[in-house]
Design a binder for this molecule. Structure first.
Ligand SMILES: Cc1cn([C@H]2C[C@H](O)[C@@H](COP(=O)(O)OP(=O)(O)O[C@H]3O[C@@H](C)C(=O)[C@@H](O)[C@H]3O)O2)c(=O)[nH]c1=O
Length: 182
């Protein structure tokens, strides 16, 4: 596993070592010891999620409030997405900043987004299957959204069309409104 630079402190982009041969490929998609070494602490995951989206589907921006904040280890096993994290940590020098990266079945990259960030992605391929591990359980009482197109965040999603949103995401509050509840 190789660590690639990301602009938001704490957000890590990981590239696994892939062993290709005449049969296809093999790689360790998760290794607790190697992951803990890269992150510098023991991270305990409790839930694995899998979603499939069609082109133009945008899910986000989502987060859970403490004490149910979730760290997420994310990868794509089919297709390609543009994945975005927004720093919600008030004491952070990059509070309110976003960073984005392409995740695909081809590049096999993984992104670690620790607790304290909002997260979202847009699907760039016809379909994409999205897998992620979380450090806390889903808690509808703690889940919150921020609107994907808030001008204050000015996220460049790298997607030109009108994204397809869930009913919940379509009425998500601005960062300024959401911030009152952090
Ligand atoms: C996230 C989640 C949803 N659900 C249910 C609730 C709902 O009926 C259905 C679909 O939920 P959502 O519309 O919230 O799914 P989705 O929009 O894919 O939500 C996800 O978006 C990405 C960007 C994230 O970062 C995730 O943490 C999560 O918030 O699945 C669970 O049972 N467990 C879960 O962990």
């Amino acid at each position: 596993m190789r660590l690639l630079a990301m602009p938001l402190p704490g957000v890590l982009l990981l590239e696994p070592t892939v062993f290709g041969d005449t049969r296809g490929f093999f790689f360790e998609s998760f290794n607790q010891r190697a992951f803990d070494e890269l992150v510098g602490e023991h991270v305990r995951f409790v839930q694995d999620n899998h979603s499939k989206s069609t082109i133009g589907v945008l899910r986000g921006l989502h987060y859970q409030l403490p004490p149910k904040a979730q760290g997420k280890l994310i990868r794509v096993i089919q297709g390609e997405v543009y994945d975005v994290a927004v720093d919600l940590r008030r004491d952070s020098a990059t509070f309110g900043h976003w960073s984005g990266t392409l995740l695909s079945a081809e590049n096999k990259r993984q992104i670690w987004i620790p607790p304290g960030f909002a997260h979202g992605f847009v699907t760039l391929s016809e379909t994409a299957e999205f897998l992620y591990k979380t450090t806390d359980y889903y808690s509808p009482a703690h889940e919150r959204c921020i609107r994907w197109d808030d001008p204050a965040l000015a996220i460049d999603w790298g997607f030109a069309g009108t994204p397809l949103l869930s009913a919940k995401d379509a009425v998500a509050p601005s960062f300024a409104e959401a911030e009152k509840g952090f």
